[in-house]
Design a protein around this ligand. Sequence first.
Ligand code: GDP
Ligand code: IMO
Ligand code: MG
Length: 417
Amino acid sequence: MDALLGIVFGDEGKGKVVDFFTPHYDVVARFAGGPNAGHTIIFEGKKFVLRSIPSGIFDEGKLNIIGNGCVIAPDLFMTEARELEAAGYSLTDRLHISRRAHLILPTHRVLDRAYEAAKGKNKVGTTGKGIGPTYSDKAARVGLRVGDMLNDFEEKYRALKARHEQILHDLHFTDYDITEEEARWMEGVEYMRKFQLTDTEIEINDLLEKGKNVLAEGAQGSLLDIDHGTYPFVSSSSTTSGGVCTGLGVAPNRIDRIFGIFKAYSTRVGSGPFPVELFDETGDEIRRIGNEFGAVTGRNRRCGWIDLVALKYAIMINGVTDLVMMKSDVLDSFDTIKVCTAYQKDGKTVTDMPYDTEGWQAVYEELPGWKTPLSALRDEADFPEAFKDYIAYLENALHTPIRIISVSPDRAATIMR
Ligand code: GDP
Ligand code: IMO
Ligand code: MG
């Protein structure tokens, strides 16, 4: 089996590449995160943004799995699944959900807001989907799992909700009304019961034994990983390759290739350190050309040049074997392209990711731009020389081959090397 992981701050284009890879696999499985993800897939003039459902869903013959490491909101799942059903994709027979995945309750979302409000100026800038509180309950061993939907559910639901209400009361966060949301959530629970809620961990291992090929689809990015990201400005799951094992129930020696996906530049949504962030016109240009507005929350994505300090760290943590570079076309018009090779603070220069990424300044090298539109190109031989040089520079600095290059949002604009 292989994995495709976002190796920076998310939104690298995972959805597009998983969809492009799917014909080569039998199963596509999400192992972490939940509806905080927004994975965009564009083909044949159609556009979909997936939140919880794996991006292998458009290939009718393939099994898709939501693994035990994921968290799932029944109401949002229902909305997402119904959209796909309305577009003509059958789901119930080829989307299996782990009984061990945790449920996001409406009150988890209220808690998300309450915790953010209490943080004052140190807000994480979460997506508000209840991710942190749900994973907290998982770790605290009080969470509700998908499997709980199958017996004594109402009672367990009421107990956890009461626990949340008590916390909200203690935080003096009482101005909320979830009546309508809760009704829809319960409808979502009913809807989810139509699906195969299974022991996907056993299923995946059986399929691997039979020689089937599985692709693990990452969510978020390595720098949002609960252990290896820019803590505390992170999400709450294990987004790195270790998370593939725990989040699907597969052993490390099952994993063959680890594809690390990144953009030809950098973006970040939400708060937290971002040494390459550009506050000038160049940053605005990248945002405009790259359409860098969040797929989930519509927020402006913060933009900057590519960050080799971050990429080297993520390649190491994940054991990336192959790189995938996205959105190269966004840099088409720039005279020069900058590359961050180190961070500097108080006269000190580092090339390894520091413990505290706050307050560091990026140190750049400058390369010539290619000043040629890339979007229509489908063959590496046609790439402008300066773009070939950019690729070679990155491969040399990162000691890892860039196997795939994407030059426009469409499925067809994906070049294998
Ligand atoms: P994900 O969360 O990693 O799946 O990525 P998102 O879907 O949140 O964000 C990636 C955005 O970039 C989407 O709007 C894609 O349609 C778009 N995109 C993907 N690849 C390319 C590319 O090569 N060029 C351009 N211009 N856009 C791309
Ligand atoms: P995909 O899978 C980009 C960010 C949020 C916030 C932090 C914590 O589309 O790449 P959370 O709601 O998870 O508690 O928020 O993580 N974040 C993402 N940023 N892409 C994502 O997913 C993200 N999922 C969470 O903006 O800073
Ligand atoms: Mg996204």
